[in-house]
Design a protein around this ligand. Structure first.
Ligand code: SF4
Length: 464
C-alpha cells in the first residue's frame, strides 16, 4: 500500500479537544503528511472524539457510517478514531464500524502515525493506555508543534484528568486522575510561543484552580502560574478555562487583578441555582458560596465579564428548583452561558438516577425559558458596552461579511468592525469604538491602531 500523503482531522467537543487536534495535526505534519483540502481528498481521516454527551457518540457513529462507502471505493484510505470516546468505547468502535483502521486514546496521541503505519500491514489496531506513558513526553507537552488556526493565539494544556466526581460527568473515568505538567515546562513553553509571535495564551485544564496540587503542597500554584506567564515578554493576553467555583481561591483572584496580561474574563460554571440539585450533582459548593466568590471576583477585577455553564433537567430537578436557577441566573447577570440538556453518561452516578429523569418536554420548555433569560442578560451586557473604546486583537476578515474585520476584546467578546484604509492584519492590536450591542457580538468602528501583528518566527519542532 502506498504511503499516505495527506490527512484530515474532524474534531468534536471542547477546547481541550480542539487543542489536541492542533497537536495531532502537528504530529502528522512532522511525520511528512500535509493537511488535505477536504475529507474526500484525504488519505488519512482522523476523528478526535468527545463523549461528554450522548449526541457526541451518535454524531461519531453517524459520521463513521457515512465513510463506509468511501472505504469500499478507496480501501487505501485509513480511518482513525482517537480522543475521549475512543478511550471509553475501545474495541466496541471496531465492532460497530469494522472499516476503522486505528483506535487510539487520550493518552497516546503522539503514537497515531506509528499506529497508522502498523495498521497498513497488520490490519486494524486498538491501542488505549489507561494513563499517560511517562516516556511519551510529547503526549503531555507541548503546544509548540501544534498547527494552530491563529498564529498569534495559542492554547496550553496545563493539566489533564480530574479528581472531582461530579455526578453527571464522565471525564474522570475517561481522562483519569489529575496530572499537572511541570511549572517550569509551562513557562518555557509559553516563552517560546511568545518568541514565535504568540501574544495571547489560553490556559486549559479540567479544573485549572487545582493545577499543581499533585506536584506540591506549596500552593496555590495556579495563581503563581498566572503571574509567571504574565511576566513573559510578548504575552499580552492570558485567558484560562475552566476554574471550579469551589476551588476559586482569593490568591487566583488577586493574581488576575495584579497581572496586567490576564484578561478581565472569568468562566465560572454554576450548573444549577438550587442547593439540593448542586448537592445531588456533588459540586461541592452552595449557591450562596458561588455568588460570594463571584462577587469577590467582580469587586477585585474591574469590568469583569463572567460566563457560565448550566445543566437543565438534572435527574429530580423540580419546577421550583429550576425557577431557583432562573432567579440566580437573572441575579448573576452573566455575559453569556453554555447551556446543556442533561445527558446520562454510562458509568456516572447521575445515569443510575433513571427513576428521576425529567420528562423531555419539560426539559425543552425549561431550556427555552433559561435561554430567554440568558439572552436578555447578554444583550444588556453588550448594550452597556456601546460608547466604550475596546482593545481588540484582530482575528481577520469576518466569516460572514468580507467588508468587516473580526476580533476579540479583552473581555473575550466577539466584535466586528468595517475594513478601513488602515491595513489591519490578523494579530494586529487596535482600539475600536463600540457602536452596537447584539446578544452574541458587538459592532464597532476602528479608532486607532495600537500595533501591527508581531513578527512571526518559525520555531523548531521539538519532537523526540
Ligand atoms: S470538575 Fe466535575 S464537571 Fe469538571 S471535569 Fe471534573 S468531574 Fe467533570
Amino acid at each position: 500500500m502506498a504511503s499516505p500523503k495527506s490527512f484530515a482531522i474532524r474534531t468534536f467537543g471542547c477546547q481541550m479537544n480542539e487543542h489536541d487536534s492542533e497537536r495531532l495535526a502537528g504530529i502528522m505534519v512532522a511525520d511528512g503528511l500535509v493537511r488535505a483540502n477536504s475529507d474526500d481528498e484525504a488519505d488519512v481521516i482522523i476523528f478526535n472524539t468527545c463523549t461528554i454527551r450522548e449526541n457526541a457518540d451518535l454524531k461519531l457513529y453517524s459520521a463513521l457510517g457515512q465513510l463506509k462507502a468511501l472505504k469500499e471505493q478507496r480501501p487505501e484510505v485509513q480511518i482513525a478514531v482517537g480522543g475521549c470516546m475512543a478511550q471509553k468505547d475501545r474495541g466496541e468502535i471496531l465492532q460497530r464500524a469494522g472499516w476503522v483502521d486505528v483506535v487510539f486514546g487520550t493518552h497516546n496521541l503522539a503514537s497515531a502515525p506509528a499506529l497508522l503505519r502498523r495498521a497498513r500491514t497488520e490490519g486494524p489496531i486498538v491501542e488505549i493506555l489507561d494513563a499517560p506513558d511517562p516516556r511519551a513526553s510529547r503526549d503531555m507537552a507541548p503546544a509548540l508543534y501544534a498547527v494552530r488556526e491563529l498564529d498569534f493565539a495559542a492554547w496550553i494544556t496545563i493539566q489533564t484528568g480530574c479528581d472531582n466526581s461530579c455526578a453527571f460527568c464522565i471525564v474522570p473515568s475517561v481522562r483519569g486522575a489529575e496530572i499537572s505538567r511541570p511549572f517550569d515546562d509551562l513557562v518555557a513553553e509559553a516563552t517560546m510561543l511568545a518568541q514565535s509571535g504568540v501574544s495571547e495564551i489560553t490556559v486549559l485544564g479540567q479544573n485549572v484552580n487545582s493545577y499543581g496540587r499533585d506536584i506540591t503542597k506549596r500552593g496555590p500554584l495556579f495563581a503563581q502560574l498566572l503571574r509567571a506567564l504574565g511576566d513573559i515578554d510578548g504575552v499580552e493576553r492570558i485567558r484560562f478555562t475552566s476554574p471550579h467555583p469551589k476551588d476559586l481561591r482569593p490568591e487566583t483572584i488577586a493574581a488576575m487583578n495584579e497581572t496586567p496580561a490576564v484578561c478581565n474574563q472569568l468562566h465560572l460554571p454554576l450548573q444549577s441555582g438550587a442547593n439540593r440539585v448542586l448537592r445531588a450533582m456533588r459540586r461541592g459548593y452552595t449557591v450562596e458560596r458561588y455568588l460570594e466568590r463571584l462577587s469577590d471576583a467582580r469587586a477585585a477585577i474591574e469590568d469583569l465579564a463572567v460566563t457560565t455553564d448550566i445543566i437543565v433537567g438534572f435527574p429530580g430537578e423540580t419546577d421550583d428548583e429550576f425557577d431557583e436557577t432562573l432567579g440566580v441566573v437573572a441575579a448573576a447577570q452573566f455575559d453569556s452561558a453554555y447551556t446543556f440538556i442533561f445527558s446520562p453518561r454510562p458509568g456516572t452516578r447521575a445515569a443510575t438516577m433513571i427513576d428521576h429523569f425529567v420528562d423531555d418536554d419539560v426539559i425543552k420548555a425549561r431550556f427555552e425559558r433559561l435561554k430567554a433569560v440568558l439572552d436578555r442578560s447578554a444583550l444588556l451586557k453588550h448594550e452597556a458596552r456601546v460608547g466604550k473604546c475596546e482593545e481588540v486583537l484582530v482575528e481577520g476578515p469576518s466569516r460572514r461579511n468580507a467588508a468587516m474585520l473580526s476580533g476579540r476584546t479583552r473581555q473575550g467578546k466577539l466584535i466586528h468592525f468595517p475594513v478601513t484604509t488602515v491595513p489591519l492584519r490578523a494579530g494586529a492590536l487596535a482600539m475600536v469604538d463600540v457602536v452596537h450591542g447584539a446578544p452574541y457580538h458587538l459592532l464597532g468602528e476602528l479608532s486607532s491602531l495600537v500595533r501591527p501583528p508581531r513578527h512571526k518566527v518559525r520555531i523548531p519542532l521539538l519532537l523526540s
